[in-house]
Write a protein that binds this ligand. Structure first.
Ligand code: BMP
Length: 254
């Protein structure tokens, strides 16, 4: 029996995860837009169009060629205007001592503006402690599975990711995964590799449709090229939003 987002609010304890669920309910959107473009202006224009339809914006801030701190100031303004949170998909993957610098220092100073970040678990729990030491209320998403063909996230690896999450409930909000990896509903499942097109990209990406993703356990679907390569990103985002939310409502009724 699938729990509604309203019921999930009762078991989810991290403030950012609660904030995200409240946005999902307010906007009837469990769509995360992955804005993987390399120019600031283009990024801001896209987010201004798509913002009304999303609960979460996912960035790869290090692909922006003309990055300046103003970009994140503008993104935060858009997040406020359109009521969404920001997830920097940095995929931290180093020693605790290194990731805390990558998270808070350098030119991006991610800890000063992101709501969510993510990390690979291959390093072991020290990565979680390092990130937590310098976090400013961010929620951490652990990468339990990947959508790429031939990835190395086998069952034993997923199990370790789950244990690391359970041991760090005050910081870990959920998982990057391709299907539900736990029956523990206090963790949120963020599922990438969602696109209307079922063919991949020739570089390992494997796509599922919005409804397939939700049926497999996605709480939030992550869509990149499906939206930003569309001729009408706003209308397409609206379509992904409606399909994913309807799939969620159908699951509740089934
Ligand atoms: P697209 O929908 O264009 O394939 O984009 C997917 C986004 O999600 C990319 O930013 C990618 O880095 C990210 N992603 C993914 O596709 N698979 C994963 O397993 C983890 C990811 O973060």
């Amino acid at each position: 029996m699938v729990k509604s987002f309203s019921d999930r609010l009762k078991c989810v304890s991290h403030p950012k995860a609660q904030e995200l669920i409240n946005i999902i309910l307010r906007k009837k959107s469990n769509l995360c837009f992955s804005a993987d473009v390399t120019e600031s202006q283009k990024l801001l224009e896209l987010v201004d169009k798509v913002g009304p339809h999303i609960c979460l914006l996912k960035t790869h801030i290090d692909i922006v060629s003309d990055f300046t701190p103003d970009l994140v100031t503008e993104l935060r303004k858009l997040a406020k205007k359109y009521d969404f949170l920001i997830f920097e998909d940095r995929k931290f993957a180093d020693l605790g001592n290194t990731v805390q610098k990558q998270f808070s220092e350098g030119i991006y100073k991610i800890s000063s503006w992101a709501d969510f970040i993510n990390a690979h678990v291959v390093v072991g729990p020290g990565i979680i402690t390092g990130l937590k030491n310098v976090a400013h209320n961010q929620g951490l998403i652990l990468i339990a599975q990947m959508s790429a063909a031939g990835n190395l996230c086998h069952q034993a690896y997923i199990k370790e990711a789950l244990m690391m999450a359970e041991d760090n409930r005050s910081f870990v909000c959920g998982f990057i995964c391709t299907e539900s990896v736990t029956s523990d509903e206090s963790f949120l499942n963020f599922v990438p590799g969602v696109n209307f097109s079922s063919s991949g990209d020739g570089l390992g990406q494997q796509f599922v449709s919005p409804s397939q993703a939700v049926q497999k356990g996605a709480d939030v679907i992550i869509v990149g090229r499906g939206i930003y390569q569309s001729s009408n990103p706003a209308a397409t985002a609206k379509e992904y939003k409606e399909l994913a939310y309807t799939a969620y409502l159908n699951l509740l009724e089934s």
